[in-house]
Write a protein that binds this ligand. Structure first.
Ligand code: SF4
Ligand code: SF4
Length: 427
């Protein structure tokens, strides 16, 4: 259905209408892209309090529109099923194809029953597993129930790919994710991994500085009170609303995609705007762009040295030695800023440097660790091993002997003659 000339919301193929039914979520993921800053370890909070439109208000307003979007209308949040009238809204909207994003914690049978009673179903849906907030078994049960319920024609089940972002993972996360993929494979649930959209132009979403830029958008974002925005940042900040769906005749027309408008808030944009294909920017040279980089190292600046060492160990465990090295250098930098010099971190760095084939630096790091009192057998053995490879045994021994008795060093050398490989330091 083509939009009448005066209807303010664009409907062309590229535009996506999103109804944020609520800002609330029953989970609190630290990598949630609805956080002002995507800081590791900081949980998501609702971005504001809303007098949420009732189900009847949503339905009356949207059903009264003279047009329908080409793309399915996305019911989202927060967690949209927390809206008290979620099933009512989904089953009473007329003429809309529907999509939802949900963490799958709702009563699927109840929603399916109500939708079915009104001859409705979602065409698509998107469900991501969040390992810190639901067990793999429970989520998989829910995913299978949804898949088999007929509630959604084509549901998508997914996981966020945090392989390059251990900053947002811990053992529980990794354990649950591994368990889920194992069970899903065994039980035949099809799933995908999604790109983590947590960086902004190669920097974290830290919202440190605003710049002027030109922007274009194919988003029609409706907040929990019915206010209309064309970017999620302005939605969460309640800034630059075009109008409200309950008084659509007074709503200002949204610019078309490709029609650039000036914005002084660039730098505070949301990840979807940059990465989805439904938004773009134009710089002062007239260059149109979206995101240009996706650098995981940016998160280290917010983390404490111990947490960074844990990140480094995860990188190490997955064979990503260059990233482990960078993380450990960042940890050492932070420790030094605080007037500390931690031998264990230097020992970890030495091992990482060995794996990236920087053997001279490796030897220097290990000797520094020994100087700082890390004299465990495997560290001393590893140091001698590298020193032998570099032909620098006497140099190494002169440092080691300041901290390790000659008798013990001699035993380690004998053991080394029987050859043991260099091993990652524990700590
Ligand atoms: S479940 Fe989704 S909306 Fe809720 S905190 Fe996690 S990522 Fe954010
Ligand atoms: S430049 Fe960023 S903050 Fe401004 S309208 Fe575009 S997406 Fe929103």
């Amino acid at each position: 259905m083509a939009a009448p000339a005066r209807f303010p919301l664009p409907t062309p193929e590229i535009h996506v209408w999103v109804a944020y039914l609520t800002a609330r979520c029953n989970f609190a993921c630290d990598y949630c892209i609805q956080k002002p800053q995507i800081v590791p370890g900081q949980r998501r909070k609702p971005w504001g309090k809303y007098a949420e439109l009732t189900g009847r208000q949503w339905v009356d307003a949207l059903n009264a529109f003279p047009v329908r979007p080409v793309h399915p209308l996305i019911l989202t949040g927060g967690e949209p099923s927390l809206h008290k009238d979620f099933a009512f809204i989904a089953s009473r909207l007329e003429g809309y194809e529907l999509d939802m994003t949900s963490n799958l914690t709702f009563d699927i049978d109840a929603v399916a029953r109500e939708m079915k009673a009104h001859g409705k179903r979602f065409v698509t849906s998107f469900h991501t597993y969040h390992p810190k907030f639901i067990t793999p078994e429970k989520w998989l049960d829910q995913a299978e129930r949804l898949r088999d319920s007929g509630l959604v024609e084509k549901p998508t089940f997914s996981m966020v790919n945090l392989q390059r972002f251990p900053h947002f993972r811990d053992d529980e996360h990794d354990r649950n994710l591994a368990k889920l993929t194992e069970l899903a494979d065994r039980r035949g649930l099809i799933y995908q991994f999604n790109e983590f959209r947590g960086t902004h132009m190669g920097a974290p979403y830290e919202r440190a500085q605003k710049h002027s830029i030109e922007c274009t958008s194919a988003w029609v974002n409706i907040d929990p009170e019915g206010n209309v925005f064309n970017c999620q940042y302005h939605l969460t900040e309640r800034k630059n609303a075009f109008g409200n769906i309950t008084a659509i005749e007074a709503c200002k027309p949204l610019p078309a995609m490709g029609e650039f408008f000036a914005c002084t808030d660039f730098g505070f944009c949301d990840p979807c705007h940059e990465n989805s294909g439904h938004g773009a920017f134009r710089d002062i040279n007239g260059q149109v762009f979206r995101r240009t980089a996706n650098d995981s190292r940016v998160y280290l600046k917010w983390m404490q040295p111990d947490a960074i060492r844990a990140v480094a160990r995860r990188y190490f465990g997955q064979g990503d030695h260059a990233e482990a090295e960078q993380a450990l250098l960042a940890a050492i930098g932070k420790q030094r800023e605080a007037g500390q010099d931690d031998g264990e971190t230097w020992a970890d760095l030495g091992v990482a440097l060995y794996e990236t084939n920087k053997k001279k630096q490796c030897l220097a790091a290990l000797l520094h660790a020994i100087d700082l009192g890390v004299t465990r057998t495997e560290i001393v053995g590893s140091t001698l091993h590298v020193a032998r490879e570099l032909g620098m045994v006497e140099h190494a021994k002169s440092t080691i002997l300041r901290h390790v008795p000659a008798q013990i060093l001699s035993r380690i050398e004998q053991a080394l003659d029987a050859m043991q490989p260099i091993a990652p330091a524990q700590g």
